[in-house]
Write a new protein. Structure first.
Length: 83
């Protein structure tokens, strides 16, 4: 099983910074930049929360209300009519 560093680590933060800089040129990404130095001791969930919070801080007003539906996993299959 991958470690937290392999899933969401410093390289992830750098990739996310690069992508956001491309998508939102000129955005002040201070919180996201700071996340790179704070991520190491955190659990996977805490890392995800840290990046979420950094994005919401750095890009206020860019979230949209949820209007869609959740879909089940791609591996789920509908039950057959025969039960």
């Amino acid at each position: 099983m991958p470690t937290a560093d392999e899933l969401i680590g410093p390289r992830t933060v750098e990739s996310l910074l690069s992508a956001v800089r491309t998508a939102v040129p000129g955005a002040d990404l201070a919180s996201l930049r700071a996340a790179g130095s704070r991520i190491a001791p955190l659990t996977l969930r805490e890392r995800a929360d840290l990046l979420r919070d950094a994005l919401l801080t750095d890009l206020p007003g860019t979230t949209r209300p949820w209007t869609g539906r959740c879909a089940g996993p791609a591996t789920s299959r509908p039950s057959s009519p025969d039960g």
